[in-house]
Design a binder for this molecule. Structure first.
Ligand code: KG4
Ligand code: ZN
Length: 380
């Protein structure tokens, strides 16, 4: 089953072609450079960039599979020199039609995300569904992040099978969620942030330190240079509460006052001193310690020690180590997205989730009525 999927939920325009769990092609146009100078995602800029780039990204995705024979099965493993050269050409409308003849379904992210950004992807998916007469599958972006752990390369690796139930931890710039993933397409949120997401907290701390946007990767780099030590022990919010919810805004505020109190040398555009490294590392530890302790509580409560984790922050090596240690302590396992591009936003994960929806016949009933749901929640 071959699916073309689109994700425009935030600041990445992404299109993918998947066959079951195999990712045949995945193209991401990142808008980071456009938003960088504003220190965060600006909705109007995101919308315009998605509109300007979506056709280009679709074309680039089609080009990646262009050299495959139009008859026969997807995918031949080796391309001849001639085929590789042909691949660089933009597909003509005739080629495009042939490729779409082989695509079974279209999938698109319906939410959660930025309304004006989601709209661009949905509009394009509707256009393609009409033009090529395809059924459409609407996907929750967060279920995409869960299924990202099961993506495979073109050869079908890694082969890991599903072993339900899973406890899913999703950590991105917009979300921090603990979810019971009981079976395919069955989700129950058992914990979520009541204010900022973990990635957002890292981004804001980085901004206060004058480190630019997005903050997560820079903070990771600086923290590594001081061995991820916790020098200042910032507060771990919500750890005393009995539930599984997160809150990061108190931590952010206490970080802000700490910087002011210490009459900081940490103001914008200062060289990256040792202190900035220590602050980055301590802040990161506070965020990750909170994530780990809440996840540990969830393991104890649900008795599920089989973890799947997804979202941009999961790219972080320190967090990965802490998660592996956590799973080990509870004699369980943790599954990460097998390739780096599957951690941040991408359409491939949308295609993988769509495969399971298509198998259950869950298609959009009235395509004209499909609308974005910026605060869409995971439900069964
Ligand atoms: O999943 P994602 O690409 O987009 C959303 O759906 O939000 O996540 C983006 C978030 C940003 O907050 C970014 O700072 C964070 O992921 N991030 C990281 C790392 N790479 C990206 N955080 C910590 N360490 C990283 N290596
Ligand atoms: Zn995301």
């Amino acid at each position: 089953m071959i699916i073309l999927s689109i994700d425009t939920s935030c600041d990445e325009t992404s299109v993918a072609i998947t066959e079951g769990r195999k990712v045949i092609a995945n193209v991401i146009y990142s808008q980071i450079l456009l938003h960088k100078k504003w220190g965060g995602v600006v909705p109007s800029i995101a919308k315009r960039a998605h509109e300007e780039k979506i056709d280009f990204v679709i074309n680039e995705t089609l080009k990646k599979i262009f050299w495959w024979p139009v008859s026969g099965s997807f995918p031949p493993m080796l391309a001849s020199k001639k085929a590789v050269a042909a691949r660089r050409r933009t597909p003509s409308s005739l080629d495009t039609q042939k490729i779409f003849d082989r695509i079974n379904y279209l999938a698109v992210t319906q939410g959660p995300g930025l309304a004006v950004a989601l709209e661009v992807g949905i509009k394009k998916a509707k256009e393609l569904a009409e033009k090529y007469n395809k059924k459409l599958i609407a996907i929750n972006h967060m279920e995409g992040h869960i299924y990202s752990c099961f993506g495979q390369n073109r050869q079908g690796n890694p082969k890991k099978e599903f072993r339900f139930p899973y406890l899913a931890l999703l950590v991105s710039g917009g979300h921090t969620e603990l979810v019971i993933f009981r079976n395919h397409l069955q989700y129950k949120i058992i914990g979520e942030t009541i204010d900022d997401a973990a990635g957002e907290a890292l981004d804001k701390a980085a901004k206060m330190l004058g480190l630019g946007y997005p903050g997560g990767p820079v903070i990771e780099r600086l923290a590594t240079q001081v061995n991820n030590k916790d020098f200042y022990h910032f507060p771990r919010p919500m750890l005393k509460s009995k539930d599984l919810n997160f809150s990061f805004s108190g931590l952010k505020t206490s970080f802000y006052y700490f910087l002011n109190r210490t009459d900081s040398v940490f103001k914008k555009n200062q060289p990256r001193t040792e202190s900035v490294k220590k602050l980055s590392s301590s802040f990161q530890e506070a965020v990750f310690d909170t994530l780990i302790k809440k996840t540990e509580r969830a393991i104890k409560l649900t008795k599920i020690n089989n973890l799947v984790v997804g979202g941009g922050v999961i790219a972080n090596h320190r967090l990965r180590k802490l998660l592996r240690d956590l799973a080990k302590r509870h004699h369980g396992r943790v599954l990460f997205p097998p390739f780096k591009y599957l951690t941040g936003d991408n359409a491939a994960m949308i295609g993988v989730a769509a495969f399971y929806k298509a198998k259950k016949g869950q298609f959009v009933k009235n395509i004209n009525k499909l609308d974005r749901i910026p605060r869409l929640k995971l439900t069964s």
